[in-house]
Design a protein around this ligand. Structure first.
Ligand code: FNR
Length: 186
């Protein structure tokens, strides 16, 4: 079965992107085919730390999860018209050491979705990820897109995805991305 790592860029209580990531797990084309992971325990990148003790345990766990998966789904907030440094920091750590980056990211199918209470739906953040994904040698799925705007009305107070249209768009996105990842594996 196709396995996708779902990685949201926010872990705050009430995060719209974490809620969107949970909805992706719920609406995945096959039960348990999308797994939620967290960047919460990833420290700030520190070259001295890397030189002395290597990548931290939380980073090694994420690296192994992505390496074993058929694809990676980034669920990105947008900060100041660009990608969030928090999620970029985790990806940067995961690309270390360079000789191991290909095992984790090389040729790996990747999708990007995101949510914001604003109007732009994280378009600028999603666009800002593109050079990063190219640098990592990943395969972007561009057969669909999902830009969730007005997130305050799309999720309820418990973080459930209550907007029927967005549920349909997400379901379609996940099916398309999972098929792309499955094809890439075979
Ligand atoms: C934001 N936010 C934001 N939203 C947006 O649509 N475009 C933007 O450029 C920014 N810039 C921005 C900068 C910083 C530093 C913060 C903290 C926030 C608002 C952002 O979309 C909102 O806080 C979301 O709720 C963040 O995602 P989570 O935590 O809900 O997943």
């Amino acid at each position: 079965m196709t396995q996708i790592v779902v990685l949201p860029g926010s872990w705050r209580k009430g995060s719209f992107n974490h809620a969107l990531a949970r909805a992706a797990v719920e609406l995945a084309p096959k039960p348990d085919s999308f797994a939620l992971h967290s960047i919460r325990d990833v420290p700030l990148y520190d070259g001295d730390l890397e030189a002395s003790t290597g990548v931290p345990a939380a980073v090694a766990t994420l690296k192994d999860a992505v390496a074993a998966a058929d694809g990676l789904l980034l669920v990105t907030p947008e900060y100041n018209n660009s990608l969030p440094g928090t999620l970029k920091n985790a990806i940067d750590w995961m690309s270390r050491p360079p000789k191991d980056s290909g095992r984790v990211f090389g040729g790996k199918p990747v999708g990007i979705i995101g949510a914001t209470p604003g109007m732009g739906g994280t378009r600028l953040a999603q666009g800002a990820w593109l050079p990063v994904l190219r640098a990592l040698g990943m395969q972007l799925w561009s057969g669909g897109s999902l830009y969730v705007s007005g997130a305050g009305k799309v999720f309820d107070a418990d973080g459930a995805l209550i907007d029927a249209k967005v549920r349909e768009l997400l379901t379609n996105y996940l099916a398309g991305f999972a098929a792309f990842a499955a094809k890439s594996r075979s």
